[in-house]
Design a protein around this ligand. Structure first.
Ligand code: UT7
Length: 366
């Protein structure tokens, strides 16, 4: 039997707090006019003190499970694509696994920066197609606002926080993830980098005083790379699926800069209405940008059964990647009311396990 990996659930979550271009103009030497004309961004959502990469991921995942009507305990695999995990370890995926009560799921994080969701979707879909798993949760979740130098106008205007999630399930029905194309060029690593906090330059008083824990970017170089990568990756993945651009109903590009997407559209000779666009309201949410744009495209009725869509991303690494999906989900199902109850149960289960471990430690410790 040939197996296919279909997207059967989707959900997104963004922090409530909105930071507008005018707000930024009060913080650094910039203007709404410059930001809109150079990037297309009007505003972005910024995580508050009680929000984090894991909390946004969990919120998006709960919604995706609810749409799919799949209980968390039936999920076999959780992959969280993120550039700023909750901790260095444990992985954010393990926190999501615990909080959802996905007690049978393997869980790991994946770092491919803004290409992370496409990379994670590719890995999870191949796990399903190979027969290793029946279902997976793939999440892109980011709180890059916490890695931004808020005095650097060349980067602080670009990024926002958020999360998007999809449920993947195996099926014998042809469709789902049809082709993938992933690439990397590590020689471009210094084009977009957070210099300190890792093994190379561990956190120290100096790294903090020198502000080396924030995003450093060569915008011009990234821009040049991105316009080429978006075009070559789209053409490659469409050809791999045995299709032509005429067969593609919608392209969901990484939402980094409107001009990058317009340049790709021009080179691909496609009108802009074939591209999902929402960066004006969210900015660049890195690995979360594609699943958030997917959710909004579905809600707007832009994706129908039988449509072929392309997801295409680029990011630090440098990495880039794309995927062709034949959409087979019948549309939003009746959301399961039990998902929230399951989440409460998961919390109770997690607390019971921690308490049990503590009591066991006291008994056996003696
Ligand atoms: O997911 C991947 C993430 N990264 C990207 O996708 C970034 C790709 N790159 C870009 O989107 C563009 O490079 C930017 C929008 C970031 C910048 O556009 P640019 O045309 O490459 O501008 P630039 O960096 O060469 O700067 C042009 C001018 C400079 O002033 P001078 O030296 O010409 O006087 C900058 O200082 O614009 C100035 N500038 C700003 N001015 C007002 C840079 N940022 C700002 C700002 N407001 N926020």
């Amino acid at each position: 039997m040939t197996r296919y990996a279909h997207i059967t659930g989707w959900g997104m979550s963004v922090p409530a707090h909105i930071l507008t271009n005018d707000d930024l103009a009060k913080m650094v030497d910039t203007s709404d006019e410059w930001i809109q004309s150079m990037t297309g961004i009007r505003e972005r959502h910024i995580a508050g003190a009680r929000e984090s990469t894991a909390s946004l991921a969990i919120d998006a995942a709960v919604k995706a499970l609810s749409v799919a009507g799949v209980p968390a305990r039936h999920i076999g695999l959780i992959v969280v694509a993120t550039s700023l995990p909750e901790y260095l370890f444990p992985s954010t995926a393990c926190i999501v696994q615990d909080q959802l009560g996905a007690s049978h799921a393997a869980a790991f994080d994946l770092l491919a920066a803004c290409s992370g969701f496409v990379y994670a979707l590719s890995v999870a879909s191949q796990m399903i197609i190979s027969g290793a798993y029946e279902s997976a949760l793939v999440i892109g979740s980011e709180t890059l606002s916490r890695m931004i130098d808020w005095s650097d106008r060349s980067t602080c205007v670009l990024f926002g926080d958020g999360a998007g999630a999809v449920v993947l399930q195996s099926s014998e029905t042809p469709g789902g993830i049809l082709s993938i194309a992933l690439h990397a060029d590590g020689s471009g690593g210094d084009m977009l980098i957070v210099p300190a906090g890792g093994s190379h330059l561990p956190t120290s008083l100096e790294t903090i005083e020198d502000n080396q824990h924030s995003i450093v970017m060569n915008g011009r170089e990234v821009y040049r790379f991105a316009t080429r990568a978006m075009v070559s990756s789209t053409l490659e993945v469409v050809e791999k699926a045995g299709l032509s651009l005429d067969d593609i109903r919608l392209i969901i590009p990484h939402q980094a800069n409107r001009r990058i997407i317009e340049s790709a559209a021009k080179d691909l000779e496609l009108p802009m209405d074939r591209f999902a666009m929402n960066l004006d309201r969210y900015g660049n949410t890195s690995a979360a940008s594609i699943p958030i744009a997917l959710c909004e495209a579905i809600d707007a009725g832009r994706i129908h059964t039988g449509d072929h869509i392309v997801m295409v991303a680029f990011g630090a690494g440098m990495t880039w990647g794309s995927s062709v999906i034949k959409w087979v989900a019948a549309g939003p199902r009746k959301a399961s009311r039990f998902v929230w109850a399951q989440r409460l149960m998961a919390r109770a289960r997690s607390t019971a396990r921690r308490t049990g471990r503590r009591i066991g430690g006291l008994i056996w410790g003696e």
